[in-house]
Design a protein. Structure first.
Length: 364
């Protein structure tokens, strides 16, 4: 069987046009037509992408088996998760570009690349990098156009909503967001209502964990968003409420991952109080230090939560993601140099705190 005939058969089987196949491979549709007509052969560099695109194992055309293809694609996704664990977003993009070149129809790889390009394009809230955002939008729109897996499509919608927002297309972001079911129709909520036994308990506990953290993050976000126009006292109330929420759910103080959330909350309280009440600011910095040090003993270990609200849930280090490569300790040290702490620069306890971390960093 000629390779062109095989390509045509597989293309028809997948209900893909010559134009669509050409778009994925980065060539013209006329080149695909020539292959199928037998007047030309694919370039050798396109053989592997073609095999992976169709997901076939025809010996006369390709040398890869389907299972081997799936396993290699999964290796890329596993490595991608490891890079997310350490917050190396540029490395994620490099890896996923390579993976997508080999597996141009793997929508998980495609969506992952779109998401991380969106992260790079956001540029930490500074001027958006349009090149990255445009590429993210192209990839995520392709996922929505061709992928039938609903979770992957929902991830693509999330990526597009943020990318449209950052590129200044708010109306498109809003219209797309409205296609996602509201919270009370989400899979997590519905599963918590319809499952039975241990499955129900686990799902509802996961929902408590998710909702707690989302509310905590919203309370943390409000003081930083100028549209809320909060004064200092109101900002302090937001952060204190977030702290009380975490303390209520984790009443046994087995915070595990949430030591990091509390470190951040107490640090913000210290920043808001530094000028008006230095004594309170130092108190909060010491609380932040306590939670940071506690986190260093648990973040890299799989462990169970013990509060009655979450005792079926587990902290899994492999499932954590970051958007920065600094360690929490390195971020803490950097943040101590922020301008908001100038009123504390002559404070003995502040200097001792900073010296402790500086000395430890030097020793390490």
């Amino acid at each position: 069987m000629k390779i062109g005939v095989t390509i045509k058969q597989q293309r028809k089987k997948k209900d893909v046009t010559q134009e669509k196949l050409a778009e994925y491979l980065g060539i013209t549709y006329q080149a695909v037509s020539k292959w199928e007509n037998g007047t030309a052969l694919p370039d050798i560099t396109l053989i592997v992408p073609l095999a992976n695109y169709f997901g076939v194992s025809v010996d006369c055309l390709f040398s890869f088996e389907e299972d081997a293809n799936a396993a290699k694609a999964q290796e890329y996704l596993t490595e991608y998760q490891k890079l997310l664990n350490i917050g190396d977003i540029p490395a994620c993009v490099t890896l996923l570009r390579k993976a997508l070149a080999e597996y141009p129809r793997n929508f998980n790889i495609m969506q992952g690349l779109a998401k991380e390009l969106g992260q790079l394009g956001f540029n930490d809230g500074n001027t958006p990098i349009i090149e990255f955002l445009t590429e993210a939008i192209t990839l995520a729109e392709r996922v929505l156009e061709d992928c039938t897996d609903e979770p992957t499509r929902h991830n693509a919608i999330q990526t597009l909503c943020f990318a449209y927002r950052d590129i200044g297309q708010k109306e498109k972001a809003v219209a797309l967001a409205k296609k996602i079911p509201p919270l009370h129709r989400s899979a997590d909520f519905l599963l918590g209502m319809i499952l039975d036994g241990d499955e129900k308990v686990f799902q509802m506990q996961k929902n408590i964990e998710t909702y707690t953290d989302e509310i905590g993050r919203i309370l943390d976000y409000m003081p930083r968003d100028s549209q809320f126009a909060l004064n200092i006292d109101e900002k302090i109330i937001c952060i204190e409420t977030a702290i009380n929420l975490y303390k209520t759910i984790f009443y046994d103080e087995n915070y595990l991952f949430y030591h990091i959330r509390l470190t951040d909350c107490f640090f913000k309280l210290a920043a808001y109080n530094a000028e008006k009440n230095p004594k309170i600011a130092i108190h909060h910095l010491l609380a932040a230090e306590k939670h940071l040090l506690a986190s260093e003993g648990v973040l890299d270990k799989t462990a169970n939560y013990t509060t009655v609200f979450l005792n079926k849930c587990t902290h899994e280090p492999a499932n954590t993601c970051k958007s920065f490569t600094d360690s929490e300790r390195e971020l803490f040290i950097k943040n101590l140099d922020r301008n908001c702490f100038k009123p504390l620069h002559e404070n003995i306890e502040f200097l001792q705190l900073k010296n402790r971390f500086t000395m430890e960093a030097t020793e390490k």
